[in-house]
Design a protein around this ligand. Sequence first.
Ligand SMILES: Cc1cc2nc3c(=O)[nH]c(=O)nc-3n(C[C@H](O)[C@H](O)[C@H](O)COP(=O)(O)OP(=O)(O)OC[C@H]3O[C@@H](n4cnc5c(N)ncnc54)[C@H](O)[C@@H]3O)c2cc1C
Length: 347
Amino acid sequence: MAQVISDRRDIEFVLHEQLEAENLSKIHEDFADFNKKTIDLVISEARNFAVKELLPSSKEGDEQGCTLENGKVTTPESFKRLFDLFNEGEWLAPTESPEWGGQGMPKTVASAAAEYFNGANYPFMMYPGLTQGAGHLVEHFGTQEQKDIYLKNMYTGKWTGTMLLTEPGAGSDVGALTTKAVPNGDGTYTITGEKIFISGGEHDLTENIIHPVLARIEGAPEGTKGISLFLVPKFRVNEDGTPGEFNDVICTGIEHKMGIHGNSTCSLSLGSKDNCIGTLLGEENKGMKAMFLMMNSARLLVGFQGFACATTAYMYALDYARNRIQGKDLLEFMNPDAKSVSIFRHP
Ligand SMILES: Cc1cc2nc3c(=O)[nH]c(=O)nc-3n(C[C@H](O)[C@H](O)[C@H](O)COP(=O)(O)OP(=O)(O)OC[C@H]3O[C@@H](n4cnc5c(N)ncnc54)[C@H](O)[C@@H]3O)c2cc1C
């Protein structure tokens, strides 16, 4: 079968000859198990999953797209099963600590796997990708209680995560945001505001969605200096850890973007019934700086999307050129009996 996502030989060359990835097992005790055999096994599993499961649902996912009805987003039919399989394979948090449900593998190895995944179906990959990034925020800035409530559920894909920065009047100029946070006196805040373009902001893949939200505490300075970060779940979490009362986060619209119809890009209304509660993540007025931890993951993810998409396009073109029989080999151009050859063989 033609290689349809990434060239296997290229990936093996980069991992083993250029980066000498197995040396990580010798210099870092956390990676002691990641010798060449293990790395090859991980990459082979990733390739199989990408080719057999992710790739076939990519076209169908884009054609079906997401739909919005009464505030509920339905994702493409195949995505639910894919998301469960993805989580069974423990692919959502490959580099994160096993203590929180991660696999603890080197980033180098996880990146090679991510090239296959994103090349096969990047609209799907945005759901786990954003979740991993949101999990990083909880891991780095969360209190022990916040970590205990959210982190394992996110890194194992039981709940997904998002990032809520953009507003109708605050895109590039995110410091202009107007989402408000009012202290309730019990350590929580009532959040009110409108967010737009939120990837995975609402969907039917998981029982809860955890939104890291940029908002301004009443009386805080204008601009980016007065922005704080809050954790706002779609459903508040009960004492026993299960999702409870609806937290007044309503999806009011979804965008239609060429090639990414399978990923829901949502407009979200927070606290339209004055009943949206969040907890501070990190320090007051330090939200912008904290959010950059996730922005950095998001930038890597977008980079991977572009790179993996271009690689897949190249592999398709190569396969086409190999199989399309047309025209004569230039060396045989004057020979009237010469057979047509594949485009690939034209010098
Ligand atoms: C598919 C998709 C998914 C997204 N997911 C998320 C998400 O999960 N969470 C989230 O919070 N946001 C998300 N966004 C929003 C994204 O972060 C914003 O689109 C981005 O911040 C830019 O804002 P904007 O679209 O309002 O563009 P604008 O700010 O309106 O900018 C439009 C153009 O004008 C240029 N421009 C703006 N200001 C200036 C200036 N002062 N001088 C010169 N040029 C200027 C910009 O460079 C850009 O080219 C997503 C967007 C897309 C397309």
